[in-house]
Design a protein around this ligand. Structure first.
Ligand code: FE2
Length: 375
C-alpha cells in the first residue's frame, strides 16, 4: 500500500468542483415497491417521497428512502421499453446514479464537461411550489452516471415531481448515518484511466493505492486505488481484477453485472455493535469470517472501546492505522446476481479502508464464489 503525498487540495489551489457531499444514490430495480419494503424492514430506512402514476408520472415509479443523511432512490420502469428496464435487464438491480450535492450545478457541469466529461443531461431546472432544483449529469464507469444536484433554493421533499410521504415507519432505524464511500469495479487494465478521470475531470486526488500483492489471496486478486474530493466528503475506491490462480472476485462481478458498476456502498454508523446485531436480527446476511481471524486480533489491533467478545460474536472486522481504528463488516450481495453489496463501517479515528482485513475478507468472498460455482 502507498499513501499519496498530496492528500488534500492546498489552500493555494481552488477546487473547481466543490462538493457538499453525496446527495443520493439511485438504484434501478425490477420491483421498487418490494425493494423499498426490504430497505425499510431490514435496514430501517423510511420512505419520505414518491413519484409514480398517482403523482402524474406515467412510465416509472420511484421511492425515496432516508436514514441519517443517507438518501436512496429506488426506481422501476412501468414499461418494457425504457432506459430503466433496459438497465435492469442487462445489469439486474444496481446503482445507476451517484448523485453529488453541489452549490452550483451549472458550474459543476461546465467545469467537468470542459475537462472531458461526457454529458448525459445538460443543466435542467426542476420547479414546483416549493422552489427549484437544478440537476445536470455526466457519465462515469460502465452505465453509471454522476448527477450534480443543486438544492439550495428548494424546500420540498426530495425534488419537484415527487410527493412527500408521511407514513409511520415500518421499522426502527438501525443507526446508519451517512455514506462513507462508494466503490466501483472496472474492467481489466481500466483502473488507472478511471483514476485519471476522477483526477483530471472532477479534480479528485489519489488517496491510497493497493496493488495485487496487498490484496491477493491464494486464488483471486484485485487492484484498487482510492480517490477523494478536495474536502474528503466523497471517496471513490476503484477496483480492477488481477491475475490469480482462479477467477478474481471483480471478474465475477463484471460477468454478472455485464460490465463495470458500483460494487459496494459503505454506510457509517456510530454504534456498529447495535447496527449489526439489529440487521442480523432482521435477516440481513453478512459474510462469515472464520474464528481463526479472532485468535490474535487483540495483538494486531490493541485496545478498542468495544467488547472483543461482541465483536467476535457479530463477526465484525477491526483494523488499525496511524490515526486510530475502524470496525467494518460486509453484507452478502443484496440481489441474486453476485453484484452490489453493503459495508457497515464505524471509524474511530482511522481514515483508511481496512487493509489488514483484506485477506480474511477476500477468503470469505472466495468461499461464497466457490459456492456459486464462479471461482
Ligand atoms: Fe469499502
Amino acid at each position: 500500500m502507498s499513501i499519496a503525498a498530496n492528500q488534500s487540495t492546498t489552500a493555494t489551489e481552488t477546487d473547481f468542483l466543490p462538493l457538499l457531499g453525496t446527495d443520493h444514490l439511485e438504484l434501478y430495480v425490477g420491483n421498487a415497491k418490494q425493494s423499498a419494503y426490504y430497505y425499510q424492514t431490514a435496514f430501517g430506512y423510511r420512505v419520505t417521497a414518491y413519484c409514480g402514476p398517482e403523482t402524474g408520472v406515467r412510465d416509472r415509479a420511484s421511492y425515496v428512502l432516508e436514514q441519517g443523511k443517507i438518501r436512496l432512490v429506488l426506481t422501476t420502469s412501468l414499461k418494457p421499453d425504457s432506459a430503466v428496464s433496459d438497465h435492469v435487464k442487462k445489469h439486474g438491480d444496481g446503482v445507476k446514479v451517484l448523485a453529488l450535492w453541489v452549490d452550483d450545478a451549472r458550474k459543476s457541469f461546465e467545469e467537468t464537461t470542459k475537462r472531458g466529461a461526457k454529458a448525459v443531461q445538460a443543466p435542467t431546472i426542476l420547479s414546483d411550489e416549493h422552489g427549484e432544483v437544478v440537476v445536470a449529469s455526466i457519465e462515469t464507469y460502465g452505465e453509471t452516471i454522476h448527477t450534480f444536484v443543486e438544492r439550495k433554493n428548494y424546500r420540498g421533499a426530495f425534488m419537484p415531481g415527487f410527493q412527500a410521504v408521511d407514513k409511520p415507519a415500518i421499522s426502527e432505524p438501525v443507526g446508519l448515518k451517512h455514506v462513507d464511500h462508494c466503490v466501483g469495479n472496472v474492467g481489466w487494465g481500466e483502473m488507472n484511466q478511471w483514476v485519471e478521470f476522477y483526477e483530471n475531470v472532477l479534480g479528485f486526488k489519489l488517496l491510497l493505492t493497493f496493488d495485487d500483492k496487498d490484496i491477493s489471496t491464494e486464488y483471486s486478486a484485485l487492484m484498487s486505488k482510492v480517490v477523494s474530493n478536495g474536502n474528503g466528503y466523497v471517496k471513490f475506491p476503484i477496483n480492477e481484477p488481477a491475475e490469480g490462480k482462479k477467477k478474481s472476485q471483480i471478474e465475477e462481478y463484471l460477468d454478472f453485472y455485464q460490465g463495470p458498476g458500483v460494487q459496494h456502498i459503505a454506510v457509517a454508523t456510530d454504534d456498529i455493535l447495535y447496527t449489526v446485531a439489529e440487521l442480523k436480527r432482521r435477516g440481513v446476511e453478512f459474510l462469515h469470517i472464520p474464528g481463526t481471524y479472532y485468535e490474535n486480533l487483540k495483538d494486531r489491533v490493541g485496545d478498542v472501546q468495544e467488547d472483543f467478545e461482541a465483536i467476535r460474536n457479530l463477526n465484525i472486522l477491526v483494523d488499525r492505522d496511524e490515526e486510530g481504528y475502524l470496525l467494518q463488516i460486509f453484507t452478502k450481495p443484496v440481489e441474486d446476481r453476485p453484484t452490489l453489496f453493503y459495508e457497515i463501517i464505524q471509524r474511530r479515528g482511522a481514515q483508511s479502508f481496512g487493509k489488514g482485513n483484506f485477506k480474511a475478507l477476500f477468503e470469505s468472498i472466495e468461499r461464497e464464489q466457490a459456492l456459486r460455482g464462479n471461482l
